[in-house]
Design a protein around this ligand. Structure first.
Ligand code: 6PG
Length: 255
C-alpha cells in the first residue's frame, strides 16, 4: 500500500488528464458525485474535444448515487450527464452504467450488483473518489455497517450520514480496492482536516473516518489536492515545483 499525495494548482485539470488517458484506451472509470469533480468533468470534455480523442469505447460506472430520479438536482448521474455526457454528445460519449437511485436503496443496489457482476470481477482502470468533511467516501459514512461489507459489491444505504439526507446506493470496498488507479480529489479548506486525518503521516485505519480504511486495502492511492485541501499535511508537502520539497509529492505513512 502506498499513498501518493500530489498538490497542484488545478487538481480538476490534473484529474481530467488521468480520466482522458483511461478513456482514450477504452478503459473502465468510476465517477463520483458531490461538487468537487464538476470542474474535472468539464476539463475532461474540453480535452477530449480539443484533441479529438475517441472515448466511445470507454465505460463509466458510479461510486454512489442518491435515491432520487436521474433529473433531480441531487442526482450524481445528473452531474455527470450535465457536465460530461451532454456536452460530449450521445454519439461521442462513453458507455454509461448508472445506478438507478429512483428504485430505492435496496432494489437499486441489487440491480447494480447484478450489472457489475455481469461485467466480470471488478478491476476498474480508475476509481475517482471525493472525501466528505466527515471523512466519508462514496456513500460509506462513519461507523456504518457498509464499511465492514466484504461480500457484496454494492449496498443500499437507508440513512445518509450527511446532507443531503436521502437514502443512497454505494459501491463497497470489495468493488473499489482492486482498481488499477484510485484517485481522491479534494479541494478547499473544508477538506484540510479530513485529508490530513485520513492520508497524513499520522493516519491510521479508523471506521470513524471511512477514507482512512481504503489505503491499507489498496495497492496504491493517489490524493490530488489544491493548496487549501493540503493545508493540514504539514510543511513537507508543497505544490508541484514551488517549494523545497520540489515535486509536491509525499508518501504518507498510513498503513
Ligand atoms: C456523494 C458523493 C460523496 C462525495 C463527497 C465529497 O454522492 O455525495 O459521491 O462521496 O464525493 O461527499 O463531496 P463534495 O465534492 O461535494 O465535497
Amino acid at each position: 500500500m502506498a499513498v501518493e499525495i500530489e498538490v497542484v494548482d488545478d487538481p480538476g485539470r490534473a484529474c481530467a488528464a488521468m480520466l482522458v488517458g483511461v478513456a482514450a484506451g477504452g478503459g473502465h472509470m468510476v465517477l463520483t458525485g458531490g461538487s468537487t469533480p464538476r470542474a474535472a468533468y468539464g476539463e475532461f470534455v474540453e480535452a477530449v474535444q480539443t484533441v479529438g480523442v475517441d472515448v466511445t469505447r470507454s465505460t463509466i460506472w458510479f461510486t454512489d448515487e442518491r435515491c432520487v430520479p436521474p433529473d433531480d438536482e441531487l442526482s450524481n448521474y445528473k452531474l455527470v450527464h450535465d457536465t460530461l455526457l451532454e456536452p460530449l454528445g450521445a454519439s461521442a460519449a462513453p458507455v454509461v452504467h448508472r445506478m438507478r437511485g429512483e428504485l430505492g436503496p435496496s432494489e437499486a443496489a441489487d440491480e447494480y450488483e447484478r450489472e457489475l457482476r455481469a461485467a466480470g470481477p471488478p478491476r476498474f482502470d480508475l476509481v475517482l473518489l471525493g472525501i466528505g468533511p466527515d471523512g466519508h467516501l462514496a456513500s460509506m459514512f462513519p461507523d456504518q455497517s457498509s464499511l465492514s461489507e466484504r461480500s457484496r459489491l454494492v449496498l443500499g444505504v437507508p440513512e445518509s450520514g450527511l446532507e443531503p439526507f436521502v437514502p443512497r446506493v454505494t459501491l463497497t470496498f470489495p468493488a473499489l480496492v482492486n482498481a488499477r488507479q484510485i484517485v481522491f480529489l479534494a479541494t478547499g479548506s473544508s477538506k484540510a482536516q479530513p485529508v490530513a486525518a485520513a492520508f497524513g503521516p499520522k493516519a491510521r485505519p479508523d471506521p470513524h473516518l471511512p477514507s482512512s480504511l481504503l489505503p491499507p486495502m489498496a495497492k496504491e492511492v493517489k490524493v490530488l489536492l489544491d493548496r487549501d485541501a493540503a493545508a493540514g499535511l504539514g510543511p513537507d508537502v508543497r505544490p508541484n515545483g514551488s517549494g523545497p520539497a520540489g515535486s509536491g509529492r509525499a508518501g504518507s505513512g498510513a498503513a
